[in-house]
Design a protein around this ligand. Structure first.
Ligand code: CFM
Length: 571
């Protein structure tokens, strides 16, 4: 760790964001430019400009996005650890669902942990040509014989939809035959423009097939579900233990270290708290309509954000006992957090961060950087929708395009027997009159500075320009660009798996994060990095057609030269 710098040199003014934007866009051919310029905006926190989000990535652009199957199988379904999940498709997709992330689980009461397995039907040419339903049934029977699970989920990959296997019919047949819950998800990778479509498909499936199967009430006095929390690096555990200290009981965390039974009875909770709005707002909405559980936006990433969220819970339950307890917990936790913040801010204040992550973290992690005085020079999501940028107020104005129409919208009604409003209309009015807001996600842009560059689905080219011009001190991003960023001499904090660190949620996690950022910013190693392209010869491709004239060859070779700087050549 470096020596403390008590008076850091005042930061130089940031380059003009409009020029940076132009620099990023100028390389693109007109059609691509026209599309990308709607996804690269200068922020206005008062009236966030309309961003073109949740649209197809231009082919050829190197995106950080994943596929629909990844969003369904890997993100939302994967962490339900004792739900046996079979990937129906070629083995590659199944392999990537095998413990490839850090959402941790600690099974209780002797339950099995299927997250340590990768189950797949391993489709071969035969099944692609003659159909894969038979092999899928065999796989389900085999898995049942070995593991005797409570429930089985079938997750479809691209070829399944292309050849037309009816996975839902197979699920119905197997459900009847085995007498357990068997459900299927048509989450083929191509179903949407990103993993976001997979979240929606998973939400629909969990809502239709699991939530509400067991009405046993939870014994807790103040009960909540945490929705959109995936226990990466133990975040859900940090949140759970904080809430326990306050006397709040989590019925289920969807989906982080959660078992099937917890999901079956999560409709008994008093409140739904939404962490990642992008991936799970559908379930929150549907549970409100069907069971009468209100939802609020929560954020346990960052100490200030955690305090705000805890106070919001206190307001909701409106119990003196709970409020006093929450205030005691906040005071005790902040007594540990403050000295670390102060010590670390002396080195990090004014340093610059940029964040390009998923559909919620690029927003939430801004709070953690701000806690230690850092500035966000640019941020964007990979696959979020307009409401995650501009706030839910724009929902009625979002155009539903053909890609979104692909995903089923469930028609939900109040359950005649189990709809139970958690608050009376008078209580709701009183809360609202006191400034309390339900379903209140305001999005990322209102919290970012004016004229900060907001970039949706950032490309590698734009990332390179961003680093070259802004010279951020750290970038929070993902594995697809991590090593490019580091080769350019900038530390990159991987915010999908945390690079096997964490937890970063709640107060305990905030301290971990401050220390990690401090360590990364203080390390000298980045200044020693010489990227390979600066010391090794460049690859030069030569394209030759038979019968080409010498002049044509020369012209062709020139246009295919990979010599840098390509951008300046107007490629
Ligand atoms: Fe929600 Fe996520 Fe995220 Fe996400 Fe993801 Fe993830 Fe993410 Mo990686 S559900 S949107 S699809 S918080 S896997 S646990 S880290 S991109 S910001």
């Amino acid at each position: 760790m470096s020596e403390a710098v008590t008076n850091p040199v005042p930061a130089a003014p940031l380059p003009d964001a409009a020029q940076v934007r132009e620099e990023m866009l100028k390389i693109y051919p007109p059609k691509t430019r026209k599309k990308r310029q709607k996804q690269l905006l200068l922020n206005d926190p008062d009236t966030p400009p309309e961003i073109a989000a949740n649209t197809r990535t231009v082919p050829g652009i190197i995106t950080q996005r994943g596929c629909t199957y990844a969003g369904c199988r890997g993100v939302v379904m994967g962490p339900i650890y004792d739900l046996l999940q079979i990937t129906h498709g070629p083995i590659g997709c199944g392999f990537y669902a095998w413990l490839s992330r850090r959402n941790l689980s600690r099974p209780t009461d002797g339950r099995p942990n299927f997250m340590q397995y990768s189950m797949s039907t391993d489709m071969q040419e035969d099944q692609i040509i003659f159909g894969g339903e038979k092999k899928l049934k065999q796989a389900i029977l085999e898995a049942y014989d070995i593991f005797k699970p409570k429930a089985i989920a079938i997750l479809s990959t691209c070829p399944v939809g292309l050849i037309g296997d009816d996975v839902h019919a197979v699920a119905r047949e197997m459900k009847e035959k085995l007498g357990i819950n068997v459900m299927a998800f048509s989450c083929e990778g191509y179903k949407g423009v990103s993993q976001s479509a997979g979240h929606h498909i998973a939400n629909n499936g969990v809502f239709k097939n699991i939530i509400g199967l067991d009405d046993t009430p939870d014994p807790g006095e103040f009960t909540v579900n945490i929705l959109g929390e995936y226990n990466i690096g133990g975040d859900a555990w940090a949140i759970d233990s904080l809430l326990q200290k306050c006397g709040i009981h989590v019925v289920a965390t969807l989906s982080g270290d959660v078992n099937y039974d917890q999901v079956t009875r999560c409709h008994t909770a008093m409140l739904n708290m939404v962490m990642c709005h992008r991936s799970i707002n559908y379930i929150a909405e549907m549970m409100e309509v069907k069971y009468g559980i209100p939802w609020i936006k929560a954020n346990f990433i960052g100490a200030a954000a955690t305090t705000k969220t805890l106070r919001k819970i206190a307001k909701y339950f409106d119990s003196k006992k709970l409020t006093d307890r929450i205030e005691e917990v906040i005071a005790a936790e902040m007594a540990a957090v403050r000295p670390v913040q102060e010590e670390i801010s002396s080195r990090t204040r004014g340093k610059k961060a940029a964040l390009f992550v998923g559909g919620s973290r690029a927003h939430h992690y801004q709070d953690l950087f701000r806690d230690i005085g850092m500035e966000i020079v640019s941020a964007g999501y990979e696959f979020a929708h307009r409401d995650d940028y501009e706030g839910r107020r724009v929902l009625p104005t979002i155009k539903v395009d053909a890609d979104s129409r692909n995903i089923e919208e469930l028609h939900v009604e109040a359950d005649p027997a189990r709809y139970r409003p958690r608050k009376t209309p008078e209580q709701i009015e009183a809360l609202k009159a006191g400034g309390f807001t339900f379903k209140d996600y305001e999005g990322m842009m209102v919290e970012m500075k004016r004229n900060t560059l907001v970039i949706d689905d950032i490309s590698h080219h734009e990332m390179e320009q961003l680093i070259r011009i802004y010279k951020p001190d750290i970038i929070g991003s993902g594995i697809k660009d991590k090593f490019v960023i580091e080769k350019m001499g900038v530390p990159c904090k991987q915010l999908h798996s945390y690079d096997y660190s964490g937890p970063y949620a709640a107060y305990e996690g905030a301290i971990n994060f401050y220390r990690e950022v401090d360590r990364m910013l203080s390390s000298k190693v980045w200044s020693y990095v010489v990227p390979p392209w600066e010391k090794e010869p460049q690859l030069v491709a030569t394209l030759v057609h038979p019968g080409m004239t010498a002049a044509a060859k020369k012209a062709e070779n020139k246009s295919f030269s990979r010599q840098r700087p390509a951008a300046e050549e107007g490629m």
